[in-house]
Design a protein around this ligand. Structure first.
Ligand SMILES: Cc1cc2nc3c(=O)[nH]c(=O)nc-3n(C[C@H](O)[C@H](O)[C@H](O)COP(=O)(O)O)c2cc1C
Length: 390
């Protein structure tokens, strides 16, 4: 079973990512992981933090001579901002650091600040926000890259693009080649496949920047050529659509998840929604002229691309400030302002890719098993032959 977890605070010394269950013999290119970390830092509307950080992963365990060894893998990503927070976030309780603690007692609406402070009985929300922060997604992206490398062994590739920023929306379905092209262009400000729509999205970000406001939006993750038969209908928690929904919803600020055309399907007729089935005799596989189901039926991949969207609420921290009540005095005050992004939809998509990769990699390992990559591949190839001969 593939297991993973992260540790680390936003302004702590480093983030740690841990993953266990990958087979031995998977080639790991640290530059691929670092490339993915870089992609997470891009996007128009990010705050000053991205100028400080230049995320790089260091492997602490589980990789030897460029390959996984079947042992748990631990990765470390240094927080460069730590230099500015060493005293505020000190591990030791030192008398000389007491004045430098930067407590936050004006909880920010939309953040974990108040709910966490009450839960942990702490009157300084910094104890909460440091871990709740989406800085944590850097650790998920690092281990998600390893999951992506495994999926490549099954010819499956995962990418994402931006479908909406605030009120501006891409009004058509993007093709896989377009998504590949926009992902290859690291200068694309918002990773939208349509130039004209992207320009309007950029204006939307400019407008909220000027107003001291923030925006949300929608990212779409596509798992291209995901093998058919991943996930299962046999039990509620084996359903892959449910697992993906949970994984995407767990990303900070994601408030809704859509599989395929799920949202519009709810307001359509059945005849407009279901994907009819055909058979491609040349390629010896079943095909669909449309993919409104997003590659999943009954919680099982059906051989079409897996398509999942994450809906992000607007960023909670507003420069113009929101009303709140102080944790200590209980008086009405203005919410604290911590340096903040105003739009994170492209970065949310990279986190979405990582979570999708981790879920699909887990489902592949459940289906194909194997302690070494050779064994896993053999099982995969045997299964794909069976699918072809079906
Ligand atoms: C990549 C990414 C970066 C984010 N950066 C910020 C930020 O700079 N400021 C902010 O207020 N929220 C940011 N968020 C959202 C908050 O982390 C999130 O809203 C908060 O932790 C509360 O969690 P919830 O919205 O999931 O309930 C970001 C989210 C993501 C996915």
């Amino acid at each position: 079973m593939l297991q993973f977890a992260t540790a680390g605070e936003s302004h702590g010394q480093a983030l740690i990512a841990w993953i266990s269950g990958l087979p031995a013999g998977l080639r790991v290119d640290l530059e691929f992981i670092n490339g993915e970390l870089h992609r997470r830092q891009l996007g128009y509307g990010r705050g000053g933090r991205q100028k400080i950080e230049k995320d790089r992963a260091e492997a602490l365990a589980g990789i030897r001579h460029g390959q996984t060894i079947g042992a748990p893998i631990a990765l470390r990503i240094e927080n460069r901002d730590w230099a500015n927070w060493e005293r505020a976030m000190a591990v030791e309780d030192r008398e000389e650091d007491r004045q430098a603690r930067r407590p936050l007692t004006a909880p920010r609406p939309g953040h974990a600040d108040l709910a966490g402070a009450i839960k942990f009985n702490l009157h300084d929300a910094r104890y909460i926000l440091e871990r709740a922060s989406a800085r944590e997604t850097a650790a998920r992206v690092a281990i998600g890259s390893l999951a992506k490398l495994l999926l490549r062994e099954f010819d499956c590739e995962i990418l994402s693009h931006v479908v909406a920023v605030g009120h501006v929306r891409l009004e058509r379905q993007a093709g896989w080649e377009e998504i590949q092209a926009v992902c290859a262009n690291l200068d694309s400000p918002l990773r939208c496949v349509d130039r004209e729509t992207e320009a309007r999205m950029k204006q939307e970000v400019d407008q909220v920047l000027r107003a001291g406001d923030s925006v949300g939006g929608i990212f779409e993750v596509v798992a291209h050529a995901a093998p058919p038969g991943l996930g299962s209908h046999r039990q509620w928690d084996a359903k892959l659509d449910g697992q993906l929904a949970r994984a995407i919803m767990s990303i900070q600020a994601v408030k809704a998840v859509e599989i395929g055309a799920g949202v519009t399907a709810a307001g359509s007729y059945g005849s407009e929604v279901q994907d009819e089935i055909a058979y491609d005799a040349e390629r010896r596989r079943f095909r669909r002229p449309s993919n409104r189901a997003g590659g999943l039926e009954g919680g099982i991949t059906n051989g079409e691309d897996v398509v999942v969207r994450g809906y992000l609420k607007p960023i909670s921290t507003l420069r113009r400030g929101l009303g709140t009540a102080d944790l200590v005095t209980k008086e009405s005050v203005q919410a604290a302002y911590e340096r903040s992004d105003v739009c994170v939809v492209p970065a949310g998509g990279i986190a979405g890719e990582a979570m999708t990769a981790l879920v699909l990699a887990g489902a592949c390992l459940e289906k194909f098993g194997g302690d070494s990559l050779g064994e896993t591949r053999r099982n995969f190839e045997g299964y794909m032959r069976q699918v072809e001969q079906f």
